[in-house]
Design a protein around this ligand. Structure first.
Ligand SMILES: NC(=O)c1ccc[n+]([C@@H]2O[C@H](COP(=O)([O-])OP(=O)(O)OC[C@H]3O[C@@H](n4cnc5c(N)ncnc54)[C@H](O)[C@@H]3O)[C@@H](O)[C@H]2O)c1
Length: 250
């Protein structure tokens, strides 16, 4: 068990990549806190983990709201007494190019994708320090590393901010044995993507840009998160890890 005895809070874990991370962490012995706006889906994810012998708790969280974060951490401490791992995974994408995007939409993206992880890290630091150190993982994107012609400016701006938030936190809090790393997936195969691929041109574009010739799975991303959270990655700090089949390598 690579995460035995660890307590992990994962945002946006009701579905998709976050749910895959929660499942993987629990299967490696972590107590996982599935934090999300969606209670029904979140409870379902937690129930699936419990049914296969893991320990999972659903906690309602709006990452854009500081009071909501404080309540979530209070619940983590009440239930498990400690925090070892924070995964800032929740994120949104309002797909409008810069010349069409309303400023309100841009503000919303900043609130969830940037302010959310900022507040989460702010309140995680004292708890991680109390645990003798720990690990923060931020879910960025290939769009946090390079400009991507199929993605809008707003998304790229928020994911780029997360890339450097990761590095600066990693540098400042290394003295407390707190590591902070980011993950940068290319397109992950989800129901939403399946819908988009009904357009054969879009499908060809997305497959064509990846040297390994396939899309990432949620499990590919969860495996990278598990590695970063485990002791095997104890000397990895401030790293921006692409999970992209080589897309950003050229
Ligand atoms: N899917 C991809 O192709 C892809 C690629 C690169 C990066 N990412 C990033 O990975 C992360 C997860 O992506 P996904 O595809 O699993 O997304 P998803 O939309 O399937 O799931 C996101 C989850 O976040 C939750 N959420 C949204 N706003 C929230 C808020 N304010 N507070 C709490 N929870 C909130 C949603 O309820 C949902 O359960 C995101 O940060 C996304 O930007 C995704």
């Amino acid at each position: 068990m690579r995460l035995a005895g660890k307590s992990a809070l994962i945002t946006g874990a009701a579905q998709g990549i976050g749910a895959a991370i929660a499942k993987k962490f629990a299967s490696e012995g972590a107590v996982v806190f599935i934090c999300d706006l969606q209670a029904e889906e979140g409870e379902k994810s937690a129930a699936e983990i419990k049914a296969s012998g893991g320990e999972a708790h659903f906690v309602t969280l709006n990452v854009a709201d500081e009071v909501s974060w404080q309540a979530a951490y209070a619940e983590v401490v009440r239930v498990s007494g400690r925090l070892d791992i924070l995964v800032n995974n929740a994120g949104i994408n309002i797909r409008e190019p810069i010349e069409e995007m309303r400023v309100e939409s841009f503000d919303k993206m900043l609130s969830v994708n940037v302010k959310g992880p900022f507040i989460g890290i702010k309140h995680a630091i004292p708890l991680l320090r109390k645990s003798g150190g720990g690990c923060i993982i931020n879910m960025s994107s290939i769009c946090g590393l390079v400009g991507h012609k199929f993605t809008t400016e707003a998304y790229t701006i928020t994911k780029g901010a997360l890339t450097l938030m990761t590095k600066t936190v990693g540098v400042r809090y290394a003295k407390d044995n707190i590591r902070c790393n980011s993950i940068h997936p290319s397109t992950v195969y989800t129901p939403l993507v399946e819908q988009m691929f009904k357009d054969p041109e879009k499908k060809a574009q997305r497959f064509g840009e990846i040297p390994l010739g396939r899309l990432a799975s949620a499990d590919d991303v969860a495996s990278a998160a598990l590695y970063l959270a485990s002791d095997e990655a104890s000397f990895l700090n401030g790293v921006a890890l692409p999970v992209d089949g080589g897309l950003t390598a050229y």
